[in-house]
Structures are given as structure tokens and as C-alpha cells.
Design a protein. Structure first.
Length: 214
């Protein structure tokens, strides 16, 4: 299976997942995400504004604004930059809602909450294929603790992603929370040489300290 094949499979699952259960799935994702954020305690958070099949995490993000700085992506060419979450949001290309632009350059955050279409066997992200997050992450001073959000679980044990694809620390789905340790983290380059996992976030070993909310 190729990455493109797996992406198509995951998108099909998302498209045909029962719409009447989305509210329930979103509620479960929000419960897990809220509990995870409380335990991590990061103060600078990159989130996303949901669209299409993505999990609606707006309730959790609204709750973070009181004690944390929350940022959203702002389209900038073939990638994006971060801007503070401010209302009202404006609808831009691809139906994406964005805050107003900011001249402030932000390149250091504690947590990144990233929507995914699927994940491979080393918890690397498979998105919509535009590569925006792959271009964005190298612009940061340090890798943040990266939380993948998936509305409908779609995983493979195979290592399908490229070296530049973003690797997560946690995956949250309506079924629960999985850490990087739960995945097959050995990666190889295209030449078949062993490559160490790219886990380098500044947050503590999460799995060791994590307690499930229910």
C-alpha cells in the first residue's frame, strides 16, 4: 500500500462515517483533549478551526483561552504562520476560517493540535496532501508536543510516510488516547537505513504520567 492509497482509504472512511454520530464522536474527542491539555499544562497552543470531516474541538479551545495563548494557522503562500485567536474570524480559501493577520512573528509553542486523515505505524501524519504542516513545523525553534486529532480512526501498522512528514506524540480519536510508545516507532530512510524516531518535544514523558478521564 502506498501513502496515496492509504489517504484515499481514510478519506473514504471519513466521508461515509455516519453523520448522525459525529456529535457523539466530537464530544468524546473533546473530553479526551480537555483532559490531556489539563495534564500537560502548556501555555502556548496551536489549534485549528474545524472544517469538513475534522473533529470539532472549538469547545475545548474556547476553554483554553482563559489561561493559555491560543493560535490558529494563517495561510501564507504554500504554508502558514501562526496568529492569535481573535474574533471575528474570516472565511478564506478552501473554506478555512482565520483570524485577522498579525505582524507578530511566533515560532515557539508548547503544544500543537493537528487534524489528521490517517496515521502510519510510526505515528506520522497523513493529511490532505497539501503539505502545509510539513512546511510549517521546520520553521519552529523547537518541536512542540504534538497531538493528532482524528474524527474517525484510520491507522496502519506500515511505515508509509516520508522523512519530512510530521510525527505526533499522541493520537486522540473517539476511541481514546494513544501515545508514540504504542506505535511501531522504528523508521527507515528510503535507502533502508535505520533512523531514530523524531520525538524531540520539550514536554515530559506523557504516557508515564497520563491518567484516563474515564
Amino acid at each position: 500500500m502506498t501513502k496515496s492509497d492509504f489517504r484515499a482509504h481514510c478519506l473514504k472512511r471519513l466521508k461515509y462515517s455516519h453523520t448522525h454520530s459525529k456529535r457523539s464522536r466530537d464530544a468524546k474527542v473533546n473530553a479526551f483533549l480537555k483532559h490531556v491539555l489539563k495534564q500537560i499544562g502548556g501555555k502556548r497552543i496551536l489549534a485549528y478551526w474545524p472544517m469538513g470531516f475534522e473533529s470539532d474541538i472549538r469547545k475545548t479551545i474556547a476553554g483554553c483561552r482563559g489561561g493559555s495563548e491560543v493560535f490558529l494557522p494563517f495561510m501564507d503562500g504554500v504554508s502558514f504562520k501562526m496568529v492569535p485567536l481573535r474574533y471575528p474570524l474570516e472565511r478564506k480559501a478552501f473554506g478555512i476560517y482565520e483570524p485577522r493577520d498579525s505582524r507578530k512573528k511566533i515560532n515557539l509553542i508548547d503544544i500543537a493540535i493537528v487534524p489528521v486523515v490517517g496515521v502510519d505505524g510510526s505515528l506520522c501524519r497523513i493529511g490532505f496532501g497539501k503539505g502545509m504542516y510539513d512546511r510549517f513545523f521546520p520553521t519552529l525553534k523547537a518541536k512542540p508536543f504534538t497531538i493528532f486529532i482524528q474524527s474517525c480512526e484510520c491507522q496502519t501498522k506500515e511505515n508509509l510516510c516520508d522523512d519530512y512528514d510530521v510525527q505526533g506524540d499522541l493520537l486522540i480519536t473517539p476511541r481514546g488516547v494513544q501515545s508514540l510508545e504504542d506505535f511501531h516507532v522504528k523508521r527507515t530512510t528510503r535507502r533502508g537505513q535505520y533512523r531514530h524516531p523524531r520525538r524531540s518535544s520539550r514536554i515530559f514523558n506523557f504516557k508515564k504520567n497520563y491518567r484516563r478521564p474515564f
